[in-house]
Design a protein around this ligand. Structure first.
Ligand SMILES: *[C@@H]1O[C@H](CO)[C@@H](O)[C@H](O)[C@H]1NC(C)=O
Ligand SMILES: *[C@@H]1O[C@H](CO)[C@@H](O)[C@H](O)[C@H]1NC(C)=O
Ligand SMILES: *[C@@H]1O[C@H](CO)[C@@H](O)[C@H](O)[C@H]1NC(C)=O
Length: 372
């Protein structure tokens, strides 16, 4: 572990205090419910996509719209030139529904001065309700999102250099695998949270630390855009790592609020064994469950990157607000999952692996990761 690992750990220990207390409280919810057969994670989209294939023309049209919206969203965060390439009317529809957890790239901040951005963005330029001590920590966290440590920057650069080739990610994983632990009474409920029973980690410790840091940072910063995220097995424990199609840019789409509680009135939906015992009420915060992280965008043309200090855009971390009146909901949330507001990772690019994080699994941040 390098110095950076130490810095990350210290920032997290100091910075994530409120968030950590919160998740402790949520974790201790007891589960005393009848067991059934083992069930895999709920994946409504697989079945639903097959069904949709029968109404082909509508499906194709919807998919074209969602792909265009997703790629425009990525372009807006991809540096000045890419942002300018986005149809302005589309940009004006998208920007109000991006809630930035760290300050957005420069060109979008300039837009904010012209008043086209979401109120949450304007708040960003003012002091948040954090104390000035925590503000300093927030500044450090922001700079780690904007300009991640070398191992992450190298991975982001290689992914673009190799035009989004999955092997860039797969080869950076260690061949060793780790049994996914029984988190928070999941086994008792016959609930399998991850795609496979064993998960891998990155060879470079700095990568493991950084991805753990992303989960902790989301939980710590979410209140600044109006919701609380717990790092437990009902709320935030996974993200889907993708490489964007045309650029190869590295990103993760996180899904918080994975298993809201069944409720006859507000949420009469059975999501399987993993939902049993959920303390999460179904409410408006479901709109904010899709959280996007993008690595910085290196300056490369046709697989050749400029010298290693050259970047087109900093890293981003933001919530995609799927409020039913907005474009995220209309164009990116497929009809068959509108009730759970799911944005699908494959609209952003080729999905390579799932990154799971179980905060109760280990004291060491990096050992809480299970990549499958
Ligand atoms: C960038 O290049 C310099 C000089 O070639 C090298 O020392 C440094 O490690 C490189 N940094 C990264 C992040 O690759
Ligand atoms: C988030 O949690 C804190 C602490 O429990 C609470 O005071 C606050 O009202 C919550 N915020 C929301 C939006 O639920
Ligand atoms: C990426 O490319 C694949 C194969 O060419 C295609 O099926 C998929 O729809 C594309 N995804 C995006 C986000 O453009």
């Amino acid at each position: 572990m390098g110095t950076l690992g130490g810095v990350l750990t210290i920032i997290l220990v100091v910075f994530c205090m409120p968030g950590c207390f919160l998740s402790q409280a949520c974790r201790s919810v007891p589960l005393h419910l009848p067991a059934g057969r083992v069930q895999r994670p709920f994946q409504p989209h697989l079945k639903a996509r097959v069904q949709l294939a029968s109404t082909v023309s509508k499906h194709v049209e919807d998919q074209a719209t969602s792909l265009q919206t997703a790629s425009s969203l990525l372009a807006l965060l991809g540096g000045k030139q890419a942002a300018l390439s986005v149809d302005p009317s589309l940009a004006h529809q998208i920007l109000p529904y991006l809630r930035f957890l760290v300050s957005p790239p420069q060109e979008l901040r300039a837009d904010s001065a012209r008043g086209s951005l979401h109120p949450s963005l304007k708040q960003h330029s003012k002091m948040s309700p954090l104390s000035s001590f925590l503000w300093k920590e927030k500044f450090l966290v922001e700079s780690l999102i904007h300009w991640p440590p070398p191992a992450v920057a190298d991975l982001a650069r290689e992914a673009v250099e190799w035009n989004g080739d999955a092997s860039v990610i797969l080869n950076s994983l260690s061949s060793e695998s780790y049994l996914v632990p029984d988190v928070e009474g999941a086994n008792e409920q016959h609930c399998q949270l991850t795609k496979y029973l064993r998960g891998q980690r990155f060879i470079k410790e700095e990568l493991n630390q950084y991805f753990a840091f992303l989960f902790e940072t989301i939980s710590a910063l979410a209140p600044s855009v109006g919701f609380n995220v717990s790092l437990d097995r009902f709320d935030l424990f996974h993200g889907h790592l993708f490489l964007a199609n045309t650029t190869g840019r590295l990103g993760i789409l996180f899904h918080a609020r994975e298993y809201p509680a069944f409720d006859e009135k507000t949420f009469p939906v059975h999501l399987g064994y993993c939902q049993v015992g959920s303390p999460l009420p179904y409410d408006d915060s479901m709109n904010l469950r899709n959280i996007l992280w993008l690595a910085p965008m290196p300056d490369c043309t046709s697989r050749k990157c400029a010298d290693n200090a050259s970047w087109l855009a900093p890293g981003s971390l933001l919530v995609l607000d799927a409020h039913p009146e907005g474009i995220i909901y209309k164009n990116l949330v497929p009809e068959y999952v509108d009730v759970v507001r799911t944005v699908y990772e494959d609209d952003f690019g080729a999905v390579i692996v799932d990154v799971n994080y179980f905060a109760t699994a280990n004291d060491k941040l990096a050992d809480r990761l299970f990549i499958c």
